[in-house]
Design a protein around this ligand. Structure first.
Ligand code: 5GP
Length: 242
């Protein structure tokens, strides 16, 4: 592999310096981690599916007016992106109660929520990405009130769009995580959707069987993760060149 300057290495992705100062290359690894890095593995091909699925969704979101960091696809594992200053928050959108929501509040798994529920987590691995309130975000200046209003709106718009997109291919969009960043364009600050949207960051259930088609297959030792990611890609009409 050619020598490139690494900016940052995370659990599932690496960021390299891009061709221009304001860009970066996002490389999708095959590493799988769960429970704040307590469970780790390598699943061959996972990075390829996440890259292609995320690229497909980001392009569609761009077409409906969501500004994203995605610039162009480079190859099966890499995309060129705008370099953003990541807002240190995870925006979790939930349509059906499962995962940490059911554990935290004792809600029955699978309960359909009356409307989308938006939660904020502080991005900090050492603390286990704790849930925070809008008041914490204001107090510690993680995002301004205007930024949060804009992002909340975008989260709901993205949820609406993705719910329909997945319903059309027989998949329930149960919940997902989004990240946003700031960028200066011509001296103007913009908020861009960043990171990725993939079976690693969403929960997808088959509409009929409720079979899990996402990272819960790894978290819960259900097996056949690659087959599930491939099924999501195929249903979305994404072709992966081998
Ligand atoms: P939960 O809070 O139930 O564990 O996760 C809610 C949703 O957000 C799930 O779709 C999960 O995949 C996603 N999510 C939350 N935190 C993270 C994270 O740190 N990494 C990834 N990949 N996904 C996350």
């Amino acid at each position: 592999m050619n020598e490139r300057e690494k900016i940052y290495e995370g659990k599932a992705k690496i960021l390299y310096k891009g061709t221009e100062k304001s860009t970066a290359i996002q490389y999708f690894k095959d590493h799988a981690t769960a429970f704040n890095n307590l469970k780790k593995s390598t699943i061959e091909g996972k990075g390829i599916f996440n890259n292609k699925i995320s690229e497909h969704i980001f392009i569609k979101l761009n077409q409906i007016g969501i500004k994203t960091h995605f610039i162009k696809s480079l190859n099966e594992r890499e995309q060129l992106i705008h370099m953003v200053e990541i807002i240190p928050l995870e925006f979790i959108v939930r349509n059906i109660a499962t995962g940490s929501l059911t554990k935290r509040l004792g809600i029955i798994d699978g309960t359909v929520l009356s409307k989308p529920l938006l939660e904020y987590s502080y991005k900090n691995d050492e603390l286990g990405d704790p849930l925070v309130a809008r008041e914490h975000i204001a107090e510690f200046n993680w995002a301004s009130s205007a930024e949060l209003d804009l992002i909340n709106n975008q989260c709901l718009k993205i949820n609406n769009f993705m719910q329909t997109m997945f319903k059309n291919v027989g998949i329930k969009l149960v919940d997902f995580k989004l990240e946003f960043g700031r960028i200066n364009i011509d001296g103007k600050k913009e908020i861009l959707l960043a990171d990725e949207i993939s079976p690693d960051t969403c929960r997808f259930w088959d509409v009929v069987s409720e079979k899990k088609l996402d990272k819960d297959r790894f978290r819960k030792d259900l097996g056949n993760l690659i087959q599930a990611y491939q099924e999501v890609a195929e249903r979305l009409g994404i072709t992966i060149e081998k």
